[in-house]
Structure formats: structure tokens, C-alpha cells
Design a protein around this ligand. Sequence first.
Ligand code: ADQ
Length: 533
Amino acid sequence: MADIPDITREAQDRAASPPLESRVEVSESTLGKTKRLSRTGRSRKQVSSSSQRRLVVVSNRVPVPKDGASKAGGLTVALEGALKQSGGLWFGWSGDTVESPSDQAKVVQAGNITFAVLDLSQRDYDEYYAGFANRALWPICHYRLDLVQIERQELDGYFRVNRAFAASLAPLLQPEDVIWVHDYHFIPLAAELRRLGFKNRIGFFLHIPWPPSDVASALPAYQQLLQGFGAYDLVGFHTPQDAENFQRCLVRENIGSSIGTGEHEIDGHKVRIGAFPVGIDTETFVRAAANAERNALVRRTKASLGDRDLIIGVDRLDYSKGLKQRIEAFSCFIKSNPDFRNRVTYIQITPKSRSDVPEYQRMQREIAEQAGWTNGSLGEVDWTPVRYVNRTVGHAALAGLYRMSQIGLVTPLRDGMNLVAKEFVAAQQPDDPGVLILSRFAGAAHELDGAILVNPYDTEACAGAIARALRMPLEERRERWDSMMARLRTNSVEAWCQHFLSSLGNVSSEGLEAHATTNPENGRYPFSEGAPA
Ligand code: ADQ
């Protein structure tokens, strides 16, 4: 497995000793007092120094606390950890569609986090979310040109909603706020805020992959989207490979000019580009897993397995997760290793998502049918080889299910990071850990060097990996787990957040120069160490 990306080591150092000017703390003014401020002016009450900058997070879905229900989105899980540390404002879509949405956000205060959300009209939802974001950006960023749906109207809707969200966010912003925009739904948001006169530091993090230019250029309004990145001060990706793909797209399209390693100037504005691999709340997961024996679902599942081994897969139901190929690989494993018949069970826990997008409806049907066929052809009266479940499971139970599994099967066809891979590792019992089988096309493959890396399209190789994992001696399992766990302990979600925000805080001419001098221009991308071959 390849080397550790340099930026992660840097993250560890920074997390241990955050620079003063980049610390983000809760300022006194909260959104509860939603007074309108001049766009660039400073309210007299806002005495805000660089060490007291309020953090504003923008993401499509905002988990406004309601009933403590468990959440299935990786973005949510990662960001909650981040905002709890610093407090501030979390702005985005409410998740609701209404007939006549207000342009003023609904505000809820919870602890040190203020949530502000907007509803969408059905048309906005169809065009911006179900349309352009999930039928053009998502498939293209996951290298699925065969699934792309391009509609002018949806493209217009995407830019229209971004403009409207920027306009509604504007009155809630303060001049010193540090704004952190998340994911593909909001690429043009910074450009819209700049157009309104905001000069705040604005960072962007993409939670999904960024493909090479031949694939990315299938995006409609490709140049306009790329140009929009120029309004950010910092653009982050999960892996060096994604960051490199992105910068090459800029170069190839003649958008601005490269001004050093990982830096670009677009319309006179400097943008820093880098890899920031997201982590998980490792210690919480470790504790949850250790206590999970008390969990009723975990206990019932254990009893239902008897002495069979367990293989676990946990994914949102999405074509990027490679579920069809995974079930095929499991089936191939059983057929080629008959001694494992009735000795191993594969549980796939998969909540449905985006069910109103036609490509997802089709896939949901296909996967369910495939699980049914597999059980029909392989199963016994007393053995269901594949337990396929469309449910969300609470994190405590999930941690326990990971822990009792001999294998974590994480084989996406393409994934920005994949938090499940990390959660599985964190949940293992140190003296008897399970084995992670991980797709080389998941961002996590850049970090988790103790996993068995597989090509998810190669059914027989994946089946072979399952057999190898089930027969792996304890010593090798421990060795592999130790090295992955060390990484998870240092690159937690806190370290990720700290690293991104400190990098955003350091974006200035001076910071950029300093950065350039520490990365000798040797023709390689600065963070390109660590990409799997
Ligand atoms: P996702 O595509 O949603 O995230 P992932 O990173 O695996 O994928 O995160 C899924 C999260 O949802 C995990 O925390 C997992 O525990 C949880 N989850 C999944 N199924 C569940 C279930 N049945 N019950 C309960 N919880 C469940 C996007 C990108 C990823 C990237 C993340 C974070 O697609 O590549 O890693 O954002 O940046």
C-alpha cells in the first residue's frame, strides 16, 4: 500500500498546536438576532478579531435537531463533529418542499450551533436537487457518464437556487465570518456571495470525487462551474488524486493560471487547492463498539447467526457503492469455496436514498431482485446467505455489528472517502480484529494501508479476497489493524476540521508564499504522495 499523503501528517501537527489566527470560536452575536447588516460594513457591536471568527457552514441538508433520529449521511456525521467544536451557524436546505417558500431562513438554536434553513419549491427541488445535482454532477463525479441526464432547465435551476441561497444567507452574515461551503450542491455559492459584495474567507470542500478532465468535461456549463471555484479561497478534496484532477481541469480549460504547486489564480483571486482526507469521530466509535454487547439488536443478531462468520456491508443505496458487484462477488465466493456454505452470512444494511431519481428507483429494484435470486439459488432451508435490509441503524448498534463481523466489505465503484471503512476499523476488537476488504477506488484506500485492496469490477478477485480474509491468521489481522487504527486515531474528524479551517485561516499572500516555498516545484502535485497505484 502506498505512502501516507503529506498533508495528513501536517494535519496532525496542526491539530496538536492550532495557529492562533485560525482558531474559530463562537462570537457573541448569534443568528437569533437576525438583524440585517450592511454587506461589507461592520456593526459596532461586532468586535471581532481574527481569533474570534464565527464559523458558518453551508451544506445542502442541515440536521436541525428534532427527535434525535439517527442519520444516514456521511456529510452530516462528519460535520456535526466539526461544528460542535467551534459553534456557529449551519445554513442550508430544510429538506422540505412547500408551495411558496420564504426567502428568509427559519432559525433554530441548539447549544452552540444555530441552524438556519430554507424550504424549496417543488420546481427548485426537481431542477436543482433531483435534477442537476443528482443526475448530472453526482454521476459525472463518480465516473458514470452512462447515467448522466443533461437538461438545460435543471442546469438553470441549479444556478438559480444557488443565487437564491446566497441572497438569503447574506443578511445573516457578519464581515468576519469564516464560511465553509460543502459539496457539489453549492459550487457556485461563493461566486454569488462575491457578487453581493462579500469579502469573507470562503472555503469549499467536495465530499465526492473529482474526475479527470475527459470525464469532468461532460458537465454542462463546465467552464462556468470551474470558473466558480475561483471565488473560493481554499478548495479541498478527499485525496491528492482528486485535487490533482481538479487542477489539471483548470489548466486544460485555460481557467486562470497556476501560480505554484496547489495554487491557482482565477480572475485575480488566489485559490489554494489541497487534499484533506476526512476522518471519523474515532474514540466515540471505539467506545460505542466496546459497549455494544448491551445493545438489543446486536445481541439478537449474534444469536441469529449461531456459529457462522459474518460479513458486513453498510451503504446508502447508491449505484456508486457497487452493491450489484458485491453480491456477485459473495455469490462467486460461496460457489468457489463450498466448504463455507452455511458457515458464513453476509448482512448488507442499505437505507434507500434519492428514491425520486429514476436511476435510483431502477437500481433499488435490481439490487433487491439480485439479493433474492442469490438466496434462492444458494440458500438452504436453515441458511439465508444474504440478509439484505433497507434500514437505517443507530450508530451504537452499527458499531456492535461491525465488531462482531469477520469482514467489512466496502467495495464502492467510486467513492470520495467512505466513512464506513473507517468506522469498521475503529469498531474492531484489538485482540481479535476483523479484516477490511476495501475498493481501491474509495478515497479511504489512500489511507487504510492495512486493508485488502480490491478492484470491485473483478468478481473473482473480490471472491478470492473474501476467502483470504476468512482464513487470515490472527497475527496478520492484528498487524493490519494496528496500522490502520493508528491512522484513524491521528486523522480524526476533529483533526480534519482543524486542518481545513487552519488552512483557510492561513490563506493570504503571505501564507501562499510560505506554502509554495515548502513545496519545491518538482513538477509533481504537492500532495500526490500516497495515491494507490
Ligand atoms: P456517503 O456517500 O453517504 O457520504 P459514507 O462516507 O460511507 O457515504 O458515509 C455514510 C455514513 O452513513 C456512515 O457514517 C455510515 O455509518 C452511515 N450509514 C450508512 N448506512 C447506514 C445505515 N444503514 N444505518 C445507519 N447509518 C448508516 C459522502 C461521500 C463519501 C464521503 C462522505 C463524507 O459519498 O465518499 O466519505 O460523504 O465526506
